[in-house]
Design a binder for this molecule. Structure first.
Ligand SMILES: NC(=O)c1ccc[n+]([C@@H]2O[C@H](COP(=O)([O-])OP(=O)(O)OC[C@H]3O[C@@H](n4cnc5c(N)ncnc54)[C@H](O)[C@@H]3O)[C@@H](O)[C@H]2O)c1
Ligand SMILES: [Zn+2]
Ligand SMILES: [Zn+2]
Length: 421
């Protein structure tokens, strides 16, 4: 089959790799119909390189059709349409039973000191082949896959794999009081959904991003959006009686803009030989902390910062005095995807599309074109906000829609745009 593979820093290619096969009774094989590129994949593309091996298959936001199931999988049958959560979890261990599926004790990557195994996410998370491919082996398929109806285009359901539950968790963990104000830093896909969910739950939401079209997308969903600069903290205080927002979600993570010195260190880690690079990444604190520092400055005293952006490194200079003095609660973590599906399913199934799931993807392209789309997404070119790869559109699979990119115009904002479902 064809799959997107990691070959080196900022170098991914489509290669022919062996088809996946059932290895355990609880495995299933899925034929992928849609598979998205995530902001987290950009960390692999850049700074997490030292943890990647040549030919690793990337991707953790897939959905498709069940092809085959192991003897221990009784909840799925070939032909079912499923979305695959990026966190692999068993559903019955101590952590899973408490809704902490991203810490699943059956699948923790203990040799790396990491939480549960993730699809396509480096040695740190178990080196499991990912979903930017034609087929995917899904471990723990007796619990993980989310069955969805055969109606509606893939994009209606696809984001249940990661960014919708991630955004939902970010807002839940932000503990915004009733009628309170939530600031969202970053309007990538995670920030877009975080802001929409905050608004849906009745909060005032103010979002921050340096990219014009990302602010434009938020504004057409009724979100106040401001540009990113060194005065964000002051502007958020000005908008909230001088106190600052009750909670701030950091949906930026370590690809933050605005810190040129740290930016150099971050680049340098990606250039080091692997063994040294791995150590530097884990211990030297070469992160870009601009967004986190903005959150600490902006949040009101006694407020909460909820991190969904991914940070690595242990020696980052954290302003402990300010955190303590302002009495800030800090929440964070990989998403416990399955824990939130019952809350989200009615919202994605609602024909009025309250979270606007059909207004996110800006690029729908054949899998073959993934390498160039990584670059476009990383550089935020061509209005790119979310890329969905379609293996079935691959050039030699159809011979028809060769390599065409479908770009969705700024007004593709409702279920009407999907031609009726
Ligand atoms: N916790 C989880 O389980 C989980 C799941 C998915 C993604 N993530 C993480 O969430 C983060 C966002 O993901 P995404 O797909 O939206 O990525 P993205 O890279 O598209 O979005 C980041 C956005 O932040 C903006 N930005 C950069 N610097 C900023 C600053 N200083 N202030 C305000 N905005 C700034 C960028 O312009 C961009 O729009 C990533 O770190 C990703 O790894 C975490
Ligand atoms: Zn993701
Ligand atoms: Zn478990």
């Amino acid at each position: 089959m064809k799959a997107l593979t990691w070959q080196g820093k900022r170098h991914v290619t489509i290669e022919n790799v062996p088809d996946p096969a059932i290895q355990a009774p609880t495995d299933a094989i899925i034929k992928i119909t849609s598979t998205a590129i995530c902001g987290s994949d950009l960390h692999l593309y850049e700074v997490l390189g030292p943890f990647m091996d040549k030919d690793d298959v990337i991707g953790h936001e897939p959905m498709g059709i069940v092809q085959e199931v192991g003897s221990g999988v009784t909840n799925l049958s070939p032909g079912d349409r499923v979305v695959i959560p990026f966190t692999i979890s068993c559903g019955h261990c101590w952590m899973c039973e408490r809704g902490l599926q991203s810490q699943c004790e059956t699948n923790q990557v203990r040799d790396q000191g990491s939480g549960t195994t993730l699809f396509g996410y480096s040695r740190l998370y178990g080196s499991v082949p990912g979903g930017q491919a034609e087929y995917l082996r899904v471990p723990n398929a007796d619990y993980g896959p989310i069955k969805v109806p055969h109606t509606g285009q893939d994009e209606q359901w696809l984001y249940l794999s990661d960014i919708l539950p991630t955004a939902w968790q970010a807002v839940q963990y932000a503990h915004v009081p009733e009628g309170g104000t939530l600031a969202v830093l970053g309007l990538g896909p995670v920030g877009q959904f975080t802001a929409r969910i905050g608004k849906h739950l009745g909060y005032r939401v103010i979002a921050v991003d340096p990219v014009t079209e990302r602010r434009g997308m938020a504004e057409r969903h009724g979100i106040e959006a401001i540009d990113q600069d060194e005065h964000v903290g002051d502007r958020l205080r000005l908008a909230t009686d001088g106190r600052g927002p009750d909670a701030v979600v950091d949906a930026v993570g370590m690809e933050a803009h605005g810190s040129p010195v740290a930016g150099f260190a971050h680049q340098a880690v990606g250039m080091l030989p692997d063994a040294i690079g791995r150590l530097a990444m884990k211990t030297a604190g070469a992160d870009r902390l601009n967004a986190l520092q903005t959150a600490i400055d902006a949040v009101r005293r006694g407020g909460t910062i909820s991190l969904s952006g991914v940070y690595g490194g242990m020696a980052d200079p954290m302003p402990m005095l300010t955190l303590f003095d302002k009495q800030i609660a800090l929440t964070m973590g990989q998403c416990n995807v399955k824990h939130w599906i019952d809350d989200l399913m009615p919202l994605v199934d609602d024909p009025s599309d309250p979270l606007g799931v059909l207004d996110l993807a800006t690029h729908q392209v054949p899998l073959d074109r993934a390498p160039e789309m990584y670059e476009t997404f990383q550089k935020k070119e061509d209005g790119c906000i979310k890329v969905v790869l379609k293996p079935e559109l691959s050039t030699n699979a159809t011979g028809g829609t060769e390599g065409e990119t479908t770009r969705f115009p700024a007004d593709a904002g409702s279920h009407e745009a999907d031609g009726g479902r």
